[in-house]
Structure formats: structure tokens, C-alpha cells
Design a protein around this ligand. Structure first.
Ligand code: CS2
Length: 498
């Protein structure tokens, strides 16, 4: 099929082939500044917002997408080149594709190129909300000290050069300072990352930074700025070259960076927006007074489930998550982990059918059309496990409960961090702590406990004898017998107990 470049001028020509924005994008103002315009944001918040913009009266809620890091130059260039437009491709469970061109990102900025413009944008009168997807590690929280990490060189940079910041904390501080100086009202700062109490985390980390960078601003922020917590969910694998080619050949859309995702989506938000908000509930978001139970459930079952499948699957040499779901041993292992270690610590979740939720997760993970990359799931594990798995472990240890399955996963991660899978193939480890992890993984070969001594990840977990015993045994077993036999043995042990 003949293809055409995706941009504003060609947009109407795609009508009829795929869903396109039918609202007048030139009338849309940017009430939302979003930092982190990766796949997830574009499959989630930008879609909800696009749907809302199709309903009259919402023109104040367009998105200005900010690329914060040097690394984000490519997505910025792509969006700029395509007038902010991109295609969202939903990979349905039956293998069919639902495609839609999204128009809600009407402005885009590349922060490293011009930090002052980004600060002005956040401080602008039109901006009512700054939303963030800056990843788990982006909050600069140290698990060992339970505090903001001032030793981060980028943070040091922001303290020394406040007008040319590099971190989100530097940007927000300058923007809020301008708002205060100009006598403007406050705004809402909304985290959309997979972090328990993500609004609180953002608030605590920002306040720690402001205390050093601009202490006179603290009181104003406390009074004027809100930090709604939210739970976000949609599996969004990395876009592959094949996705780009297929879109061009099948639909004639020449889009340099479409986004692919699963059909499921969920967004649960605390209704705490000091400067107003879009009526996202009209397009499927849920507003609740307390998001904590939803977050806990999602992080400790879905995200942790991903990590379990990812780490064990990587060691066995699998490439995608659906392949691991097809591995009976690991699949049953995950079910035992969810049922026996996670479920008891979740307590009663009012209105949620946990059994159904867990079942739906396995179906979502198993979607063979998604081909979610194990490399994506295992990237930045050092920032993920403290949020996805360790709260479960700590809660179980407090109750003298079982930690065997979690300990096994962490032992597998220690072995994974040696950088080779069970077939002798190199693993690509993408992690801010990659060097430390590898060094400790090597030390762990003679003393497994060494891996647990990375305090910024594990806190003081190494002090738990119960955990260390389970972890060390798993470590030796995996090296001796391999993942396959070990998971089957563990599963059998569980079956005999039940
Ligand atoms: C994944 C998440 O990054 C990960 O390890 O678990 O990206 C997950 O796919 C999303 O949170 C789903 O909502």
C-alpha cells in the first residue's frame, strides 16, 4: 500500500482507514504539562485525554509533552516532525489490531535544549497540572537511608545551577518559584509512575530538594500545591521495527514511532487537583478518595509478577513474557507466589475480586500478540524490586510468614546479574546500578549474602536470618540444578503442603 507521512497536513487523509482526532487541534490549549513522553504515557494518559478532547468543552486540556533527558531527543524529534501525532496500536487478544491516531499532545519541548522555556511552560497561567512518568528510579529515593539522594551528581548540578536544571526536582522548583513570585495560584503535580503512594513520594522528594534549594518556597508549596496519588496500568512493550513497517504496509501510515499496547487499561486517581482537572472519568478513569489499596494490588501482583517472569525467564533463555507464561513450571511458580506470599499481605480489598484479578493477569501476560520484551521487564530491576517485591517480603517477615518464592527470585536475580543465562548466552543488563550489581554478583559466587549487601536496593534485608537462609539455599540450588528443576521442586513442595 502506498504510504504517507503522518503529520497535521496529511491527517484527514487517514480518516476512514483508522480513527483520527476529529476535534480542531488548533483550538486546544495546554492545561497539562507532561514530563516523560515514552510509550507508556502515549498509550495511557494521552489516549484518555485524546478521547476527552473529542467531547466539546475540553479544549483547555491539551498536553505539552516534555522530553527531559538527552536520551529523549529521538522521541522529541519524532513528535516535532509529526506535529505531535502518533498512532496507537492496540494488540487485541484475538490478534487483531485496533489503530487510532492520537492528537492530544499539541506541544512538545526538549528540555536540554532550552530549560527556560520548560520552566516558563510549567509556570504558565494555562498550566493546571504537571503529570510525570519519570520511571521508578526517577524519584531519587534511597532505600537504605529512606531519603532523597543528594549525592546524585545531577541533583548537585541543579543546586549549583538552578536556572539550568537537569532533574525534575530542579524544574519543578524553578517553576513553582515563578508562580509564587508572580502571585499565581498553585497547581497539581501528579505522578503516573509505578511507585506506592506515588503522589506522596513525589511530594516528599520534592520537598527535600526544595528545603535545600529554595527553603522560602516550602510553605507556599504546602499551601498551594497538591500531589494526587494514582494507579496506572497498561502493558506497553517497546515498539519494534516490525510494528513500524507493518503500520506503513497495512495502513499506509508512515509513523516513525507508533506505540503498541495491550487492550486493558486502568487509571485510578485521587481527586485532589487544586487548579481543576479534565473530566477523565468521562472516558473511563476512576476517581477515588484512597488509591492505596489499588496501587498495592497492582504493584505487588502485576509488576512483581512481571519481574518474576522476567528474571526466571531470562535465565532460562526466553525472550518474551508470553513465552515464559507458556512454561508450566514458572507459570505455577508465579501462581504460588501470588497466592501464598502476596495475597495474604493485601488484606481485604473492598470491591475487588482478587481471584479474578490474578486470573486476568495471567491472561494479560500470556497475550501472544504483545510479545513484551524480557529485556524491557528486566531493565532497571534495582529500582523496581524495592517497590514491587520487597514490601511483600518485609510484610511477610514481620508476620513470620513465608518468603520462599520471593527469596528464590532474588537469588535468581543475583545469578542473572552475572550477565550470562543458563545456555551460556550473554544477557544485556540495563540498570543504573549495573556495575555494582555485577561486582556483588561476582562476590556472591563465594558468599551469596554479598549480593544482599547492596543497601540502596535491599535496605537491611540481609539481617533477616529467615530470608538469608531461604535465599542462600535457592542460590546454591539454582546454580547446581538450574531454574527448571528448582521451580518444579518448589512447586511440588507447595502442592504437598496444601
Ligand atoms: C512492568 C511495567 O516495567 C515493568 O517492569 O511491570 O512497565 C508494566 O508493564 C506496567 O506497569 C503495566 O501497567
Amino acid at each position: 500500500m502506498e504510504s504517507m507521512k503522518l503529520n497535521a497536513q496529511n491527517l484527514s487523509k487517514f480518516e476512514g482507514k483508522v480513527a483520527v482526532p476529529t476535534y480542531d487541534r488548533s483550538l486546544v490549549k495546554t492545561g497539562i504539562v507532561h514530563v516523560g513522553i515514552g510509550g507508556f504515557h502515549r498509550a495511557h494518559e494521552a489516549l484518555y485525554t485524546d478521547q476527552l478532547l473529542h467531547q466539546k468543552g475540553n479544549e483547555a486540556w491539551g498536553i505539552c509533552g516534555v522530553a527531559l533527558l538527552d536520551f529523549d531527543q529521538k522521541i522529541y524529534n519524532t513528535l516535532k516532525d509529526q506535529d505531535g501525532l502518533y498512532t496507537l496500536i492496540v494488540k487485541e487478544l484475538d490478534g487483531s489490531l485496533t489503530k487510532r491516531i492520537i492528537g492530544s499532545i499539541v506541544e512538545y519541548l526538549f528540555a536540554p535544549e532550552n530549560p527556560a522555556v520548560v520552566i516558563e511552560k510549567m509556570a504558565s497561567l494555562d498550566t493546571k497540572i504537571v503529570t510525570l512518568t519519570i520511571t521508578e528510579g526517577g524519584y531519587n529515593y534511597n532505600e537504605a537511608t529512606k531519603q532523597f539522594d543528594f549525592s546524585n551528581p545531577l541533583v548537585q548540578h541543579d543546586l549549583a545551577y538552578p536556572l539550568k536544571p537537569k532533574t525534575i526536582f530542579g524544574y519543578l522548583t524553578q517553576a513553582l518559584k515563578l508562580r509564587k513570585e508572580r502571585g499565581q495560584k498553585g497547581i497539581a503535580l501528579q505522578s503516573c509512575d509505578n511507585v506506592q503512594g506515588n503522589g506522596h513520594m513525589l511530594q516528599n522528594m520534592l520537598m527535600s530538594f526544595v528545603e535545600k534549594a529554595a527553603p522560602s518556597l516550602l510553605e507556599w508549596i504546602q499551601k498551594e500545591v497538591s500531589f494526587p496519588n494514582s494507579m496506572v496500568d497498561r502493558i506497553t512493550p517497546a515498539t519494534s521495527q516490525i510494528d513500524i513497517i507493518n503500520l506503513k504496509e497495512d495502513s499506509g501510515i508512515d509513523d516513525q514511532w507508533p506505540v503498541v499496547c495491550e487492550p486493558f487499561k486502568q487509571w485510578v486517581i485521587e481527586d485532589h487537583f487544586v487548579a481543576g482537572r479534565p473530566a477523565w472519568e468521562k472516558v473511563g478513569a476512576q476517581f477515588v478518595s484512597d488509591v492505596v489499596p489499588y496501587e498495592k494490588m497492582k504493584l505487588s501482583l502485576l509488576n512483581a509478577g512481571h519481574s518474576v517472569l522476567g528474571i526466571l525467564g531470562a535465565l532460562k533463555g526466553y525472550a518474551t513474557i508470553d513465552e515464559v507464561v507458556g512454561d508450566d513450571g514458572i507459570n505455577n511458580f508465579l501462581k504460588f507466589y501470588m497466592d501464598h506470599e502476596v495475597t495474604p499481605i493485601l488484606g481485604d480489598l473492598e470491591g475487588v475480586d482478587l481471584e479474578k484479578y490474578k486470573e486476568s493477569l495471567l491472561q494479560r501476560f500470556g497475550n501472544i500478540y504483545i510479545k513484551d520484551q524480557i529485556d524491557r521487564i528486566c531493565s532497571e530491576t534495582s529500582a523496581k524490586l524495592p517497590i514491587f517485591v520487597l514490601p511483600t517480603v518485609n510484610a511477610q517477615l514481620n508476620e513470620n510468614g513465608p518468603v520462599q518464592f520471593a527469596a528464590f527470585v532474588i537469588a535468581a536475580w543475583a545469578i542473572y546479574s552475572l550477565g550470562v543465562d543458563e545456555n551460556g548466552k550473554s544477557l544485556i543488563i540495563k540498570d543504573a546500578l549495573a556495575d555494582v550489581l555485577n561486582k556483588k554478583a561476582i562476590e556472591a559466587k563465594s558468599d551469596p549474602k554479598q549480593f544482599l549487601s547492596i543497601e540502596s536496593v535491599f535496605g537491611d534485608l540481609k539481617k533477616s536470618e529467615t530470608f538469608v537462609a531461604a535465599y542462600s539455599k535457592s542460590y546454591h540450588d539454582i546454580l547446581k540444578y538450574g531454574i527448571e528443576k528448582c521451580v518444579v521442586d518448589l512447586n511440588d513442595k507447595m502442592l504437598n503442603k496444601i
